[in-house]
Design a protein around this ligand. Structure first.
Ligand code: IPE
Ligand code: IPE
Ligand code: MG
Length: 240
């Protein structure tokens, strides 16, 4: 098994607390969060990670105060116009994952343009989960299969899910100290290694990411088998 995860998924949590501790508005924390994400994307590319999936706005985040929600929509629009040329130049292919139907028209257009502009890139896939929820994803996949009169089983559901274009995450990181999944990749994280960091997302720098990757390299992923089945000795014995 490779020491570097092929696919890392991150719950970027802690922006609000980062700002509040500095007597700043919460949106200032989200702005710093964009900076942290930019550095993280670059570092993942350098480390040979092929897919990075980040949770940027959950289906439950609509329940936040209106000014924070509109601040986040604005920030997404600004980030799209500022970051996409650079992402394009760095070989990053961007996908937006989530329910777009309720997003402002301007944002929706920006998402499609960003995806089209980077569609030919192959160095790193960046999935930005925005207005995403794991339950939404499973429900939309099942509804689509039912509409099309197709059978519902693990393979067809996987293929209908919003992240069907990438393999499941090897490593799921959550910053900000909470140890919960908060409706992130409920289906896809079935066998992901979990890593929790007390660092707030704006503080999660390249050294912190390297620490998470190093921790992952020490894990034994058994996928239901026994440890003995995974050792080369057991494999060669069986083959003999
Ligand atoms: C995560 O940071 C980003 C979003 C949910 C948009 P938070 O805003 O949840 O930060 P905390 O958890 O309040 O510190
Ligand atoms: C999860 O963070 C969602 C994102 C990071 C976008 P939250 O801050 O919304 O999670 P809960 O509600 O505290 O679990
Ligand atoms: Mg939070």
């Amino acid at each position: 098994m490779s020491a570097v995860p092929h696919h890392i998924a991150i719950v970027m949590d802690g922006n609000g607390r980062w700002a509040t501790r500095r007597y700043l508005p919460r949106v200032a924390g989200h702005k710093m969060g964009v900076d942290a994400l930019r550095a993280c994307v670059r570092h993942c590319g350098d480390r040979g990670v092929k897919v990075l999936t980040v949770f940027a706005f959950s289906s439950e985040n609509w329940n936040r105060p209106a000014d924070e929600v509109s601040g986040l929509m604005e920030l997404l629009a600004i980030a799209l116009s500022r970051e996409v040329p650079q992402l394009k130049a760095e070989g990053v292919r961007i996908h937006f994952v989530g329910d777009r139907s309720k997003l402002p028209a301007k944002v929706k257009t920006g998402l499609s343009q960003a995806e089209a502009a980077t569609a030919a890139n192959t160095r790193l896939v960046l999935n930005v989960c925005f207005n995403y929820g794991g339950r939404w994803d499973m429900a939309q996949a099942a509804a689509r299969l039912a509409d099309e009169g197709k059978p519902i089983n693990e393979a067809t559901l996987s293929a209908a899910m919003a992240l069907a274009h990438v393999p499941d995450p090897d490593l799921v990181i959550r910053t900000g100290g909470e140890q919960r999944i908060s409706n992130f990749l409920l289906w896809q994280a079935a066998y992901s290694e979990l890593y929790f960091s007390d660092k707030l997302w704006p503080e999660f720098n390249t050294a912190a990411l390297d620490a998470a990757i190093a921790d992952f390299a020490r894990r034994e992923r058994r996928f239901g088998k026994t440890s003995e089945q995974l050792t080369p000795a057991a494999v060669s014995k069986k083959a003999a």
